[in-house]
Design a protein around this ligand. Structure first.
Ligand SMILES: [Fe+2]
Ligand SMILES: [Fe+2]
Length: 164
């Protein structure tokens, strides 16, 4: 087990996002176990890492789709944090492929185990709160309390701790 396991505290009561976060936790745990079972075997770690990276790309794209549908500007700070995480994950992939060295990947596992709960608690929770306020249904894309057409795009992540 990584230091990250699924708990009630990670639940935001938004089925698509909760399911995706649960899968993130499972994939991170699978990567951790793979790296511990075969510490120097890139051939076993890389397919797991690739699945995890692809899942994270889809995870962030899904949330950014919800943001776009509910009035966030494309360069809001939640999306920027996603982009930073993906950049690091892609750099680790490139390093592993080029150097056959798993050290950065090993270092990334606890970093992501720490990162996810903080991100969920701050940015994803604020997104879900915003979606709920608008009555946004991610399945149909409809809103029961749509903002006025003249409303400005939102550039912060919507959490209290965000000052941008
Ligand atoms: Fe998320
Ligand atoms: Fe997010």
């Amino acid at each position: 087990m990584t230091s990250l396991s699924w708990t009630e505290e990670l639940t935001l009561h938004q089925p698509q996002i909760d399911q995706t976060h649960q899968e993130f936790v499972d994939l991170l745990d699978e990567l951790d176990r793979t790296l511990k079972n075969a510490p120097n075997d890139c051939n076993s770690a890389l397919p797991v890492y690739r699945r995890f990276l692809e899942h994270t790309e889809a995870h962030f794209a899904m949330e950014e789709g919800f943001m776009a549908a509910t009035g966030f500007a494309a360069d809001n700070c939640h999306s920027k944090q996603h982009a930073m995480v993906l950049d690091v994950m892609r750099q680790v992939m490139a390093h592993t492929l080029a150097e056959q060295d798993l050290e950065p990947m090993r270092n990334l596992v606890p970093e992501l185990a720490n990162w996810l709960p903080a991100h969920v608690d701050m940015m994803d929770a604020a997104l879900v709160f915003h979606m709920n306020q608008l009555g946004f249904d991610p399945v149909t894309g409809t809103m029961s309390h749509a903002p006025a057409p003249a409303a400005e795009a939102i550039s912060s992540c919507g959490s209290n701790s965000c000052s941008s």
